[in-house]
Design a protein around this ligand. Structure first.
Ligand code: PMP
Length: 364
């Protein structure tokens, strides 16, 4: 039987045996607050514009798309320039199917066998998974007990270990805190190789973007971004980066030709034209985040201060049982593997109310 073959029967790479895939459960639950998406669906005009752009592109589906996605990269560069105050062109920007693919291309080009990537844990669980997939050795480094990054210590660790790639996630997922530029500088100065600042949640942050440091560190710094969070485009799969043009040249050596479909490019460019409308939800979500944090405090929980659209909170004696109890109450939150803590994504006010009501019922 085809089904009788198991993983053990396959000639899988030894270094992948026993590993677990990325695992956010996709469950059909009334209130889904587990994958940090924007809870507001795209506005009507955006939907119409995307549909029109995709319809027009559909007439050209017999041809490969623009391999270099120039128009889309121009749009992304214009957005980043306007939002960060740093003048960037399409030569500074590269795009892929989600920032996960961006991060994978970075490790394909700058990591790999015999090389090391370092990250400050707990942080985004895909960083070590992508390291494993690209056979890059993963070097975990600690955060403080309160989950903030001790940047002088981080710089020391980087100087000692000399990793080829350093990941700094700001705001950090799953803990929510972001890092001031002056502190990022310390890590950048200490790093011998590439520093990837993963800014998936940058639009929610009160700190300026690391894009501002590109001028001083063009051979080191890569700022990774996504349209999956604030841009309400998670289903569209579009991530991008800002860096020196030479970094874009390097990634072209490892990217698959035509990796961004004609439909993705058309849809993302159309969505970008409505950035102002989509990003109007950011202030609402930030205000809701602060309300939810207050609510959790009032219920005797300990929310970790967040600069993103989610909150890590505790403390629980049996995290798994508490996660299940939320689920039984119709609310899907995330067990991110941080002892005693769960993570909740900020939803609509109604969803957040449902979460806070459920929180009263949860065993701790
Ligand atoms: N970086 C961080 C810190 C994230 O939290 C996520 C999404 N969970 C990503 C990157 C990847 O998102 P995407 O591939 O949808 O752009």
């Amino acid at each position: 039987m085809i089904e009788d073959v198991t993983l053990d029967d396959l000639p899988l790479r030894e270094d992948l045996r026993g590993r677990s895939p990325y695992g956010a459960p996709q469950l059909d639950v009334p209130v889904r607050l587990n994958t940090n998406e924007n809870p507001y669906p795209p506005p009507r005009e955006l939907v119409d514009d995307v549909a029109g752009a995709v319809r027009e592109a559909a007439a050209r589906l017999h041809r490969y798309p623009d391999r270099d996605a120039i128009e889309l990269r121009k749009g992304l560069a214009a957005y980043l320039s306007a939002s960060t105050g740093v003048s960037l062109s399409e030569r500074n920007v590269w795009a892929a199917n989600g920032s996960n693919e961006i991060l994978q291309q970075i490790l394909q080009a700058f990591g790999g066998p015999g090389r090391t990537a370092l990250g400050f844990e707990p942080s985004y669980s895909m960083h070590p998974i992508i390291a494993a997939g690209t056979r890059t050795e993963w070097a975990p480094a600690p955060r403080r007990a309160d989950f903030t990054l001790d940047t002088p210590r981080a710089a020391e660790i980087v100087a000692e270990r000399r990793p080829d790639v350093v990941f700094v996630t700001s705001p950090n997922n799953p803990t929510g805190g972001s890092i001031p530029l002056a502190e990022l500088e310390l890590v950048l100065r200490a790093a011998p190789g590439i520093v990837v600042v993963d800014e998936a949640y940058a639009e929610f942050s009160s700190q300026p973007s690391a894009t501002r440091l590109l001028g001083d560190h063009p051979a080191k710094l890569i700022v990774s971004r996504t349209m999956s969070k604030a841009f309400a485009f998670a289903g569209g799969r579009l991530g991008y980066l800002a860096a020196a043009p030479a970094v874009v040249d390097a990634l072209q050596l490892v990217r698959l030709p035509y990796h961004l479909s004609l439909l993705t490019q058309a849809a993302a460019s159309a969505a970008l034209r409505h950035a102002d409308a989509t990003l109007a939800t950011v202030a609402k979500l930030a205000a809701e985040r602060d309300r939810v944090a207050e609510g959790l405090l009032g219920l005797g929980f300990t929310p970790v201060p967040s600069d993103a659209n989610f909150i890590l909170f505790g403390t629980f004696g049996d995290t798994r049982a508490s996660w299940q109890s939320y689920l039984d109450n119709g609310v899907l939150v995330r067990d991110v593997g941080v002892e005693g803590h769960l993570r909740v994504t900020i939803g609509t006010p109604e969803e957040n109310d449902a979460f806070l009501v459920a929180s009263k019922e949860i065993p701790r």
